[in-house]
Ligand binder design. Structure first.
Ligand code: LR7
Ligand code: MN
Length: 580
């Protein structure tokens, strides 16, 4: 270890001591660099990995992420597997951050990703000179450092400089010291392309996005969550579509980044569109056959009734003219459906752009305080009431069916939003249902009856028993709650389906018994037809069996057995409910 010159000049014991000292110095230097590189975690994996990182100025103009040959953790969107201490730290992160920040910290901020686009997308050439220029607005509150900066790097690396006017980091009153002067210093390397706007009170993501759009200077505004990775060629197709249609509000295909391993996965094709639950939560639906037929190729935009919320682009002026976001909404939730209903009803469209891909880290929780002004812990609920009151006309009754408790809740002044709707001369919510999402089931319209399926002798009603309706569930009975409990409301349709919003009641008969289980399952042709007979039986048409329940006791599962009009446990009525 000690070089030859030193060795000849030193007695043996001293040489050993010097060897040890040098080894110690070297070890601590290595240790220092390791910690520094990984903690700074910008431009990790330096020279040892066999390549030189480009200087920041070059980053802006040569888009190295596409060209570089990196071999570090997480490259090519691969998962990061941690061991030992790192693993423990990562698991702790999952509890506090709902994402593995430790894993993220191991990955280069410029990591490569699989280019998941369809082949046809790759050969399109865009006339960059004529396309509108983008302000990419990234809103954040106390986001972890590496996911936030990787979002910025991916945008810088994978956007044509001609199209990228600026990146705006909109800091929604973050408290962590790291996001202050260290971030101010960090962004200097981007030569002014990236700027920070700081809010000195908590705006919540909705007012933060609105502020970002107002302060941005680009022709189009693009919003991203602060834990995204823009993939190859993501920006051009968004700009192209807005160039073609000013009133199109467009979303990239959202690829999945695992919060646990940071693995990036995506399918080039778009297979789903946005829908909604009457509880005003967002859901994915398959592309309707009619929309699929309208598109001549897989790379054409897909019209979608709603959007997920976080990742979108719009002509900046159009976005603001059509009402931006509702500034009366707090913290999180509801703005995604609000903008969706509003844009469609006021003459625009929501579209998914298959050639544009952006990854998003899906977290199981929110690492920030979700309490709104006045200690409001139900911001999604109150925001959704605002949108229901302004945009849904009488159909708001279906929201109140789920949220009876909010009927009389004061959710602030709505006059500005009502005026907006009038000024823009927007269509009705019925128009939206009929034209944009005609498959949406309206539980109390055009049906034989709507209400609770009630056994009058016992005052028990068919009930979901709070089982999660996103999958198939068994139905049970519970003491009747009246119109106040949505868990007991069913529709008997003109096609004789006994159903709820997305699912139908079916009978599953086992081979050996003549008894069937009563399930709530996706609506398919099968054992899902029912009729209420003259002698008060609820009979499943396909199996001939009748709705029944053991011991007429609350909390029991329902089943279907051989019909017997003399059995009180088979006597049902539909207690009609009129929603208001
Ligand atoms: O008070 C806040 N202030 C903020 O600036 C709360 C949040 N934020 C920031 C936050 O740091 C993050 O960058 O807002 C961004 C979004 O917050 P998330 O990541 O906690 O939200 P989410 O991904 O759970 O939620 C989705 O629904 C929200 C409803 O209000 C927003 O529309 C989010 O943008 C949206 N995210 C997506 O749609 C990502 C793709 C999901 C899919 C499919
Ligand atoms: Mn998010």
């Amino acid at each position: 270890m000690v070089n030859r010159y030193v060795r000849v000049c030193l007695p043996r014991r001293k040489e050993n001591a010097l060897n040890l000292a040098l080894a110690l110095i070297l070890a601590s230097l290595l240790c220092f660099f390791y910690v520094k590189v990984y903690n700074d975690s910008h431009y990790q994996l330096p020279k040892e990995a066999g390549f030189t990182w480009p200087t920041p100025a070059v980053v802006l103009h040569t888009r190295p992420a596409a060209n570089r040959q990196a071999k570090g953790p997480g490259e090519n969107g691969e998962p990061v597997k941690l061991t030992g201490n790192d693993y423990e730290k990562g698991q702790a992160d999952m509890k506090t951050w709902y994402m593995n920040v430790q894993a993220s910290n191991k990955i280069s901020l410029d990591r490569s990703l699989k280019d998941v686009r369809l082949q046809e997308c790759k050969s399109i050439s865009y006339d960059l000179k004529k396309l509108p220029k983008a302000s990419v607005v990234i809103i954040f509150t106390d986001e972890a450092w590496t996911p936030l900066l990787r979002t910025v790097h991916s945008v810088i690396n994978r956007s044509p400089p001609e199209l990228l006017k600026e990146v705006v980091l909109l800091d929604d009153f973050s408290q962590r010291a790291e996001l202050k002067s260290k971030l101010d210093d960090y962004i200097k390397r981007f030569d002014g392309k990236v700027r920070i706007i700081r809010k000195n009170e908590r705006h919540g993501l909705i007012r933060a996005k609105l502020a970002g759009a107002k302060e941005a200077v680009g022709d189009i505004v693009v919003f991203l969550d602060s834990h995204c990775e823009a993939n190859e060629g993501w920006l051009e197709p968004l700009a192209q579509r807005i160039y073609e249609k000013k009133s199109a509000v467009v979303c990239p295909a959202i690829d999945y980044i695992s919060a646990e391993t940071m693995a990036y996965s995506g399918d080039g094709r778009i297979t789903s569109v946005g829908g909604f639950w009457w509880s005003l939560h967002f859901r994915w639906d398959p592309i309707p056959p009619k929309e699929q037929a309208r598109r001549k190729s897989e790379i054409e935009p897909v019209r979608s009734p709603t959007m997920a919320g976080g990742l979108l682009a719009a002509d900046r002026k159009y976005f603001l003219d059509v009402g931006g976001y509702d500034p009366g909404m707090d913290i999180w939730g509801g703005e995604n459906l609000e903008i969706s209903f509003r844009v469609w009803m006021c003459g625009g469209s929501i579209e998914f752009i298959p050639c544009s891909h952006v990854g998003h880290i899906f977290r199981a929780g929110h690492p920030y305080n979700m309490t709104g002004p006045g200690g409001n812990k139900d911001v999604h609920g109150t925001n959704s009431k605002r949108l229901a009151e302004v945009w849904m006309d009488d159909y708001k009754r279906l929201y109140y069916m789920h949220r009876n408790d909010l009927r009389t809740k004061d959710v602030g002044d709505l006059s500005g939003r009502h005026e907006l709707r009038k000024k823009l001369n927007c269509s009705s919510f019925k128009w939206y249902l009929d034209n944009v999402i005609p498959s949406k089931f309206v539980p109390d319209e055009d049906v034989i009856s709507f209400g609770s399926v009630k056994n009058e002798k016992s005052n028990l009603c068919l009930d979901t028993l709070q089982r999660d309706e996103k999958g198939s569930i068994k139905l049970g009975v519970f003491s009747c709650q009246g119109p106040g409990s949505s868990a007991q409301l069913f529709s008997l349709t003109k096609k004789n389906l006994l159903r709820r919003e997305m699912t139908c009641v079916e009978v599953r008969v086992s081979e050996d018994t003549k008894k069937g289980q009563v399930w709530l399952s996706s609506c398919t042709p099968g054992s899902q037809k029912w009729q209420l007979t003259e002698d008060g039986l609820m009979q499943n048409v396909d199996t001939g069996l009748c709705l029944d329940v053991d011991e007429l006791s609350s909390g029991n599962d329902a089943f279907a057995s051989e019909c017997d009009a003399a059995k009180t446990s088979q006597q049902w009525v539909i207690a009609k409910v009129v929603l208001k």
